[in-house]
Every structure is written in C-alpha cells, then in structure tokens.
Design a protein around this ligand. Sequence first.
Ligand code: GDP
Length: 467
Amino acid sequence: TTLADGLARGIDSATSTISETFFEPTLRLGVTGLSRAGKTVFITSLVANLMDRARMPGLVAQSEGRILTAFLQPQPDDTIPRFDYETHLAALTAREPHWPDSTRAVSELRLSLKVRPQGLLSGLQGPRTLHLDIIDYPGEWLLDLGLMDKSYAQWSEHMLDRMTHRPDPDGFLPMATTEAAEAKLDEPVAQRLAKAYTEAQNAARREGFSDCGPGRFLLPGDLAGSPVLTFAPLPPVSASRGALYREFERRFDAYKSRVVKPFFQDHFARLDRQIVLVDALGAIHAGPRAVEDLRRTLADILTAFRPGASSFLSQIFLGRRIDRILFAATKADHLHHTQHARLTAVMEALTRDARDRARFAGAETQALSLAALRATTEEIIAHEGRDLPCVRGTLLDTGKRAAFYPGELPEDPAHLLAPAREGASEWLGQDYSIMSFAPAPLTLKPGEGPPHIRLDRAAQFLIGDRL
Ligand code: GDP
C-alpha cells in the first residue's frame, strides 16, 4: 500500500502541475525602459485598468465581455521584491496626487484574469484563468549585455573614449590617468575612482546621454557600496599591470559573472512578452545629440532581444524566446492627439533596425504612443490667426493650471534622426521645457481605472491573444 500511496501521490502532484500549466497558463510580461521612461506609472495604471476595465475597450476580450474578473495574487517567485502596486496607486489617486517613486531594481506582480473562453468551446468549458506575471526592471541593466563579450581592457578603452566628450564633474579622467600610472592597490583610491566615475555617468545621463554604465552603477539595487561596484575603467598600462588595474579587472569579471549573468538567466530569459518604454519626447526636446544617442542606446538594448546575436544569450535562452515586443513612446499626453501619429513614426524610426532583427528572429513587434496616466486635456487656442492644438494641465512646480503649445514634431521622422539638417534642433523647443505636469486629481466612477491614452491597445498587443 505504501508503494501505491506513493505512486498515487506522485501522480496527484504530477497532474496538478500539468493542470496548472494546461488550464492556468502563465504569461511573463517584462516591462523595461531607461530610468524615468515611465515603467512604474505604466505598470500601476495597467494593473488598475485591468482590474477596473471601463476604459479598456481596445482589449478585445473585454469588449466581448469575456473577462470576468482580474485580481492580484501572491507572485510565484519568493525572492523577488513585490512591485509596490498599492503604494504607487495611492500616490496617483490621492486627493493631491503625486507621481510614484521610480523603478530602481527588479520587482514582480501577479495579476490573475478569469476569462470565458472564446467561440465554440465557451459553452463546453468553464472560465479559464490566465496568470499574468509582470516583471519590472531597469533598461540600464539590459545595456550590461554589451559587457559580456568585452574584456576589461576593451571596455575601458570604449568607456574612456566616450567620456572625453561628456561631463566629468569630479575629474575622473585626470584621476584615472594618474592613478593608473601609480597602480598601487589602495581601497580608498579605488573607491574615489569608482565614485568619480559613477558621478560622471550620472551627469552624462542627466544631460540626455543614454549609453552610460555599467547598469548597476546607475541603479545599484542592493549592491551599492559592494566591491563588485567598486571599479572603473583605466587606461592601458604598458609595462607590467599594477595591482589596482588587476583588481579592477577582477571586479569587472565578477560583475559580469555574479551580477549580469544571473540577471539575464533568472529574469530576462524567462520572459514571454516584453514592452520597452521610451521617453522619446524627452530626448527630442533635449536635442539632436540626445536623439541620436537614444537611437544608438536602443539598438544596444535591443540586441538582447536577438538571442542569436550573442553566444551568451543563446546559451541561457535554450530555444525559448520572447515572441512579442512592443515599443512604446510614453507621456503622449504632452502632445495634442493630432501629433500622436508623428510621435509613433519617430518611435518606429528609432527602433526600425531592432524591430527588423527581432522579427527576423521570430518575434512579432509593434510601435505605438501611449500615456499610461493622462495628466492633460486638449484644447484649440487661437493665436495670431492660427489655431494651435494645445494641452492643458497642472504644472508640477507651481501647481497652476495652464495650456501649452509644445510645438510640432516633423512630418518625416528622418528630420529628427539626421541632426545635421537645418532647424533640426528646434523641435518641441518652446513650451515643452516647462511642461512638467502633475497627475490630475481623479474622480473615478465604479469600474473605471485611471485615464490613459492607448493603454488598452498596448494590453491587446501584449496579452490579448492569450485571453
Ligand atoms: P521609471 O523610472 O521608468 O519607473 O519612470 P516612472 O514611471 O517613475 O515615470 C517617471 C516620470 O515620468 C513620472 O514621475 C512622471 O513625471 C512622468 N510620467 C510617466 N508616465 C507619464 C504619463 O503617462 N503622463 C505624464 N504626463 N507623465 C508621465
């Protein structure tokens, strides 16, 4: 009997796993983008709008009335921090709403959707449950993929070269040259170098450069202050390499094997779907250099979605793949809707190469413009004989409501991507710089999520086919 019991139990647990995967499928959705791209606001509003779906007509299963309920559940991964949905939603829906704290590390949230099946089967089968596991992580961490096939010397050369034209507030470059020459290993010196290097990377980020890093230097998560983040690029030392150089080289390798690799293995390689959020408007406003830099950085980030491109990735993906990728320009509520098509065209142009390659690797891709949380209303204002399409919102710093005309995006996105052309730096010049809006106070009717632009279309592309 013991044997039979054991067998029965074995079969039991086997069938429960099978039924879990057959009847309660999970979909792991990655949400990424560079810092301030809008990940936290996106996830918060997406989840709120999937739970209260009155504003989600573009989600087909919703318009067909097949989504019965959606509810939060404990996430499957016990060691990943939970996405702090309740706190973020409370910030956005407070009487005096404010923007939530941004993404600083990886986090996860499980939303389960109970759905009536489609078509013929609907009469025969009861409702199904789809578990949507949302994984939030900084896009900066994806950039680290580029480190995997670089040696410390190659990476140093690459970074030092980039830095010559970038801000260096603490004088990292001169320090690196003298210290490397000295080359003794002294922990305070190592820390000073790492700190000055990190300052320079952050300053470059603030100026609108995107390809700064390593990723954990910008967003350390729980690694702040650890040796694995206490290194910096050094110029090649001709004769015998000093102790400082050798130790930095060792830490660089440790960063790759202990930080980058586990992230890709444990999180990235398990994703089914991905949305890449991009603050294209911010870059356009910062000027042609920032746009070109964003384009290059996106191309770098997006090599991660082409497993064939890296032996490291093909190793960890083992035949699995992300089969849908959405590229979304965020904060579209800064523009009147008449300009959204142009913003989408910019987004398409920025990601063209990457999308072509991803498609080639078998993933379906799309580009769109969205606002996860709409903070403005639209109006037409007559000005000097012209009708200007404006947006009105509450300014973040003064709390005053005002209408703005942010300027016009070019009809042909090539104008933005070819900065040499005349006038290219003037897009979104005038009002855009002061357009920093606070979230609008919300009075939601029962069943309504926060107001958005095209969040339902994004959801349809990302999960619609599985509902
Ligand atoms: P993260 O770093 O990617 O997590 O970015 P957040 O989600 O924290 O967003 C960064 C900032 O962008 C927010 O604090 C807002 O100021 C702004 N933002 C994000 N989404 C929207 C949006 O849909 N509309 C508007 N007007 N601003 C947004």
